[in-house]
Design a protein around this ligand. Structure first.
Ligand code: NDP
Ligand code: 2IT
Length: 461
């Protein structure tokens, strides 16, 4: 290449790096304790340097400065009375991050670790994920530090009603549409919907997704995130001439995403040898029995350790991180953020892992991602791999708007196509920006470009 051209490209890259680093420094300085949020921003910003180097005209439009600042952060008190008659107080959060391409959309998480940083990291990821789906949905996220574990059904209902009493002032089918996440499943969505209806005095199905089928839910929403993750991994492998059939898989977690990832993976001929909860993991070399896992986790709300009572040939091991020392072809982290650190990633590589698909949000640390990429592991980032859930949420909104219910097969077909499109969009962007096959870069850039164009078109708001 001509040296003058090469030098001007280097200057543009350096200018882009300086810009991105300056915005990154600002957010760290503003909120030094928000470590999860910083991590999510860093991962995306490292990719976006390439966009600003290619489009220096974007610098100066305040795109990144605006992107990292949520349009609105709502925090509120949630008081409720427990079964002993004692008043309990939790914190409620809703981060309405970005509405450039549609109403805020994203789940609610009930877990003791929920705080502003966690909600912001999840909301930030959601902006790009939702963009990647090709649907008209902006980014948002919410939740509470309420711990549903060990609570009675009545306690969960009273807490959830109190939570929605406040949240109802800020959401609506064209404004902000929450759904489930960790600790928020069909039971909680039902209570949330009932309380919203009572507060507003109208039946507005499009205000929440993940609803029961009797009151406006969509077939295949329950399965969507897990199935979608497997469809994505299938595409990743297919692109390299590999197939899912016959592969050995380790899945972390045993919640909504894990169960339906295991179901679809098994259907497509893989052997799932392990899954976990926050106390430990089960390992069965001959393949785990999904019916038992489902009954324990979905119906009895029991611990995964109980699995070995019925399946004495399986092993139960205390602690979560050991699951990544098991030899496998494919690893699917489907539990929570930062469950794979650098050490765990190295163990997976030693164990011969060929592909990693993030069913959870940000389950791999930045260092872990580096290990996978350096060692040629096919890596599917969460915002692409787990986008099937929110994509089908958007299909649920469409059905609510039109008043028509689609069959399971129709929704599943659409989900499959959306996941193929997300893979192709990410792959194409990775190629266009000079890192063919790097789906972290590809997904980040493809997700960003649509939001950036919409923000630029809408002026400085
Ligand atoms: P669930 O509450 O259904 O299940 C969560 C699972 O992860 C449980 O097995 C839980 O174990 C385990 N887990 C939770 N926190 C921790 C922790 N700190 N350490 C170890 N294990 C933990 O949640 P989902 O399956 O819905 O969500 C799982 C992940 O997928 C999350 O990252 C979520 O953000 C993401 N996701 C979910 C989507 C959805 O549609 N539901 C869509 C896209 C992403 P235990 O029972 O012991 O708590
Ligand atoms: O992280 C996620 O994408 C979700 N928890 C699902 C969000 C949704 O609105 O369906």
């Amino acid at each position: 290449m001509n040296t003058t051209l090469e030098m001007s490209k280097q200057t543009e890259l350096q200018t882009a790096k300086n810009y991105v680093e300056q915005v990154y420094r600002t957010i760290k300085k503003r909120d030094p304790h928000e470590v999860e949020f910083h991590q999510a921003v860093k991962e995306i910003f490292d990719s976006l340097v390439l966009v600003f180097a290619k489009h220096p005209e974007f610098i100066g439009k305040g795109l990144l400065e605006r992107l990292v600042e949520p349009e609105r952060v709502i925090t509120f008190r949630v008081s409720w009375v427990d079964d002993q008659g004692k008043t309990q107080v939790n914190r409620g959060f809703r981060v309405q991050f970005n509405s450039a391409i549609g109403p805020y959309k994203g789940g609610l998480r009930f877990h003791p670790s929920v705080n502003t940083s966690v909600t912001k990291f999840l909301g930030f990821e959601q902006i790009f994920k939702n963009s990647l789906t090709g649907q008209q949905i902006g980014g948002g996220k919410g939740g509470s530090d309420f711990d549903p574990k060990g609570k009675s059904d009545g306690e969960v209902m009273r807490f959830t009603q109190s939570f929605m009493t406040e949240l109802s002032k800020h959401i609506g089918s064209d404004v902000d549409v929450p759904a489930g996440d960790i600790g928020v499943g069909s039971r909680e969505i039902g209570y949330l919907f009932g309380q919203y209806k009572r507060m507003r005095g109208n039946f507005e199905p499009g205000v929440l997704t993940g609803k029961g089928l009797e009151y406006g839910g969509s077939l295949a929403r329950t399965q969507a995130t897990g199935y979608g993750a497997i469809y994505f991994v299938k595409e990743m492998l297919k692109n390299k001439g590999l197939s899912l059939e016959g592969q050995t898989v380790v899945v972390s977690g045993s919640g909504n995403v894990s169960i339906y990832a295991i179901e679809k993976a098994t259907e497509l001929g893989v052997k799932v040898v392990a899954c976990s909860d926050s106390d430990g993991y089960i390992y069965d070399e001959s393949g785990i029995n999904l019916d038992t896992v489902r009954r324990l986790k979905e119906i009895e709300r029991a611990r995964i350790s109980e699995y070995v009572i019925e399946h004495p040939t399986a092993q139960y091991i205390e602690g979560c991180s050991g699951i990544w020392t098991l030899p496998c072809d494919i690893a699917l982290p489907c539990a929570t953020q930062n469950e794979i650190n650098e050490e765990a990633a190295k163990r997976l590589v030693l164990g011969g892992v060929k592909a990693v698909g993030e069913g959870a949000n940000m389950p791999s640390s930045l260092e872990a991602i580096e290990v996978f990429l350096e060692n040629g592991v096919l890596f599917g980032p969460g915002k692409a791999v787990n986008a099937g859930g929110v994509a089908v949420s958007s299909l649920e909104m469409a059905q609510n708007q039109s008043g028509v219910s689609w069959s399971f097969e129709k929704v599943d077909r659409k989900l499959h196509k959306i996941m193929e499109d997300i893979f192709q969009r990410s792959l194409r962007a990775s190629e266009e920006y000079g890192h063919p096959g790097n789906l972290v870069i590809g997904a980040n850039i493809a997700g960003f470009n649509k939001v950036a164009k919409a923000m630029l078109a809408q002026g400085v708001i």
